[in-house]
Write a protein that binds this ligand. Sequence first.
Ligand SMILES: *Cc1c(COP(=O)(O)O)cnc(C)c1O
Length: 409
Amino acid sequence: MDEIAPPPRLLMGPGPISVDPRVLRAMAAPLVGQFDPFMTATMNEVMDLYREVFDTDNEQTFLVDGTSRAGIEAALVSLIEPGDRVLVPVFGRFGHLLTEIAQRCGAEVHTIEVPWGEVFAPEAIEAAVREVRPKVLACVQGDTSTTMCQPLEDIGAICREHDVLFYCDATASLGGNEFRSDAWGLDIATAGLQKCLGGPSGSAPITISPKAADVINARRHVEAGIREASDEAVGRPIASNYFDLAMVMDYWGPRRLNHHTEATSMLYAARECARLLAAEGIDASVARHALHGRAMLEGVQGLGLSVFGDVTHKMHNVVAVEIPEKLGPAGGDAVRASLLDDFGIEIGTSFGPLHGKVWRIGTMGYNARKDAVLTTLAALEHALRTADVGVPAGGGVTAAQAVYSEARP
Ligand SMILES: *Cc1c(COP(=O)(O)O)cnc(C)c1O
C-alpha cells in the first residue's frame, strides 16, 4: 500500500469544504501531554477565541470532541431529563435531527413546521411556546438542507419571558452569517469546523450560558475513580458519560478533572480556524461570505438556472439550484459527476423532499473566494452544455464578475 494521496478537489458543496492550508499545517504540529502547561494554555486560548466567535462572555465556551452532531447530543442530553417538554421548530433536515435526538433523551417533543424553503415568524414560535410550555426550545440557525437561515434575534426574549432554555445548532451558519450568542439570549449554541470556519469535521465548539451551566451542574456526577469527598452527586445523572457537559466543564475548568483524552490535533485545528477568523474580523468574514454567496447566486441565475426557496432568508454560504427539468434526477447526477471527474469540483446533492430536484453549491470558509466561485461557474456552464442544456455563453462568470465589480470600492 502507498502513502495516502487524495485527488485534488475543490469542495463547493454544503460542507465539508476544502480545509484552509494553514489549518492543515496546525494539525501537523507535534503533540504534547494532556496536562502539559502548553496544552492547558492552548485550551484556555481556544476558550477565549471561541468566546469571540460566538460573541459571548460565557465562561463555559470550549470544544466537544466529535463532529457537530456530538455538540448537539452533548447539549441536548445534558439539558434534557426524561419527560421534559422540548419544542423544535422544523424547517429542514436538521430540525428533524434535533427532534430525534431529543426523543432519544426521553423528552416529550413537540414540533412546528414550515414548508422547506421558508423560515418561522417569531410570532409562530411564541404561540407554540405559550401552548407547549417547553423546558427547552431547540432550533437550527442555518439548515444546509434548505439553505434557509432562521432569524433568531427575537427568540431569546420570548424564551426568557417564558423561562425556556434556548439551544441553537449554528453549525452551518457560524462565521458566515451574523451570530450573537449573548445579545440574542442563547443558552447553548454549538457548531462544527467544516462549514464557514474552514476546518475539517471532528470538533464541535460549544458555548453555555451561566443559567444553562447551573441547570447542567445540578446533575453533576464525578466519576468514582477521581471523585473527592466534596464531589457529592446531585440530581439525576446525565444519560451519557462522554457527552456529560458537567464532566466536560470540570475538564476544561480550573480543576482539570480528567475525562476524555482531548483530541489534540483537532484542538490545534479549532484554534487555527478561530485564530484566522479573529484575525480577519468576524464581521469581515460575514461580509466576505455575503459577497461570494451573492456572486454564486447571481452567477447561477446568469446561467438561466432558478434558485430554490425564499432567497431573502438564504444563508450567505450555500445556494440550492434547481436542476433543469429536462435533466431529471439522473441527469442532475451526471452533471455532478462531470464536475467531479473532469474538473475536480464537488457540489452537493440533496435530501428528502428536495432529492433529485436541487444541487446545493457552497461558498464557505476557505472557498468563499472569487477564483473558486468563477471556476465553479465556468465548469458548471461546460457540464450543462455537455448535458445538452442550453446556457448563455459565459453567463455565469459574467454575472458573478458584475457582482464583484459593483462591490469594488
Ligand atoms: C452540516 C450540519 C451539521 C453536521 O453535523 P456533523 O455531525 O458534523 O456531520 C449539523 N447541523 C447542521 C445544521 C448542519 O448544517
